[in-house]
Design a protein around this ligand. Structure first.
Ligand SMILES: [Zn+2]
Length: 62
């Protein structure tokens, strides 16, 4: 299975290869869509922060 990756140095796209090197400039290939930037993770993180704040408020008020 092949994955499209982006060069960290020149910004061009290339396929994953065993050395993870850019075929254009020899730079490091990176995943253009890392899991930490996924919208699902982002929103769940905000949800957790929101619920924590709500919980704190209620706890402090009572
Ligand atoms: Zn490159």
């Amino acid at each position: 299975m092949k994955y499209l990756q982006k060069c960290n140095d020149c910004g061009k796209y290339g396929l994953t290869n065993p050395k993870s090197k850019c075929t254009h400039c020899g730079g490091t290939l990176i995943n253009p869509f890392p899991p930490k930037y996924s919208p699902v993770d982002k929103y769940s993180k905000y949800r957790i922060i929101y619920f924590k704040e709500e919980f704190k408020k209620r706890f402090e008020e009572s």
